[in-house]
Design a protein around this ligand. Structure first.
Ligand code: GLY
Length: 436
């Protein structure tokens, strides 16, 4: 089967590796040369992933039979609509359905309209009228840009926004950029990611993961696309209670049904819910319309069943829970990023690593937004390499990951605290204080 994967990051490297376990011929569209992806591919189109007409022409020329869209940018640009128009089925939603991610106000409104549990108290503003009063009423609040911002559009009171004036100023910037802003209550708890696969009727869950958005250790510094993540052998997380997983999955199922009813077409693709466990149960922070990055690397390497078969079932509309079987292993993923990442990345710096050594240590290496030239690997402005330790428990997975990163050299940095016993204990303690 000829499959097109759109995107050139570590998430897409993991998707391609999962697909390559079956008889497939792989084609990819990416901006830079990702050497990990390139080695699997029959042909590569080097191009911005939002050039939807050119990508569609190329897909037709190559006789593509199915496309999988990695990042959110091409979903927002309408790549799935274009590809479907010429008869190429896609894993990924149309532009209208992708509002699940691209419009925070759409998703909050959908929850309200269909009475889906886990919604926040929220208001959408198109100008500054009444905003100060709403911020004062909420006390603790979250300001969300109502458009795509690469994971950097959300700011929280008490963390990024110290005063009401800061909140008003950031909200005004969002309105100028995307025409509207969502301001909602701030939930207190621990966040987790549930990446569910959907054929538009049935959703099936995958192991939960927790991402680390802040650039520096101890969850400090600027927001990033995600510095690393971990998952546990039981597919839950150490700070959660029994029932939290099911609550998040039920919210995802209701959202899938609501989308079908509201848009009149089934959602085929990944519904990646950002959830938070609070004193009052599981709440939804946001939805994304694709695999998480880094969270894709916590789940796809553990998949025992055929990812190709799952994708076919999503397209045909006959997805069944037993189709996705995952190993009972824990994973820890840490991103190696260019010096300055989160503020101003050092672009074009060479990175060296011993891939064989990393593999021998039991870890996996996924190339992210790097560029290979003449056999050498260079940084771009985004994340560079993802290293994943896999083991029976999180601590062993973390140890393997740390050992494996030691061969990586260059002007780069990473968060060593992800998945450590200290960091996990802090989260467990915090959660038990919140929930009593
Ligand atoms: N884990 C952050 C994201 O994929 O948006």
């Amino acid at each position: 089967m000829k499959i097109l994967v759109v995107g050139g990051g570590a998430r897409e490297h993991a998707i391609i590796e999962a697909l390559s376990r079956d008889e497939v011929t792989l084609y990819v569209v990416m901006k830079n040369r990702n050497p990990g992806i390139a080695r699997f591919c029959e042909d590569i189109l080097y191009m911005a992933e939002t050039e939807i007409e050119k990508i569609t022409d190329w897909a037709m020329e190559k006789g593509i039979e199915m496309a999988i869209i990695g990042p959110e940018g091409p979903l927002e640009a309408g790549l799935v609509d274009e590809l479907q128009e010429v008869g190429i089925p896609c894993i990924g939603p149309t532009k209208e359905l992708a509002r699940l991610e691209t419009s925070k106000s759409f998703t909050r409104g959908l929850f309200e309209m269909f009475d889906i549990p886990g919604n926040a108290k929220y208001a959408v503003f198109h100008n500054m009228d009444g905003m100060r009063e709403w911020l004062e009423r909420l006390d603790e609040y979250v300001v969300k840009d109502d458009g795509l911002c690469g994971g950097k559009g959300v700011k929280l009171s008490g963390e990024h926004l110290e005063t009401i004036e800061d909140g008003l100023k950031y909200a005004e910037e969002c309105i100028i950029k995307h025409g509207s802003v969502v301001i909602e209550e701030k939930f207190v708890g621990e966040e987790f990611s549930l990446q569910a696969l959907s054929d538009g009727f049935t959703v099936i869950g995958s192991p939960l993961a927790q991402d680390h958005k802040r650039a520096y250790e101890g969850d400090t510094g600027p927001n990033t696309g995600g510095m690393g993540s971990y998952s546990d052998h039981d597919h839950s997380l150490p700070f959660l209670r029994p029932g939290d997983y099911e609550e998040a999955l039920a919210i995802t199922q209701k959202t899938c049904d609501a989308l079908r009813e509201e848009c009149g077409v089934p959602y085929k693709g990944v519904m990646y819910g950002g959830f938070i466990a609070t004193r009052d149960g599981v709440k939804c922070v946001e939805f994304n319309a694709r695999f998480g990055d880094p969270e894709a690397m916590n789940v796809l390497p553990l998949l025992e069943s055929s990812f190709l078969d799952i994708c076919k079932a999503m397209i045909e509309g006959n997805l069944k829970p037993e189709m996705a079987r995952y190993k009972n292993k824990a994973t820890v993923c840490k991103y190696i990023v260019p010096k300055g990442y989160g503020v101003k990345s050092l672009v074009g710096a060479e990175i060296t690593m011993d891939e064989d050594d990393i593999t021998k240590m039991g870890a996996k290496l996924y190339y992210a937004s790097v560029n290979e030239e003449n056999g050498k690997v260079f940084t771009t402005s985004s994340r560079s390499l993802a290293v994943i330790g896999i083991a029976d428990d999180i601590f062993e997975a973390e140890r393997i990951c740390e050992k494996a990163v030691s061969s990586i050299r260059g002007e780069v940095f990473m968060r060593h605290d992800i998945g450590t016993p200290e960091a996990l204990q802090k989260r467990i303690k915090r959660m038990s204080e919140i929930r009593g």
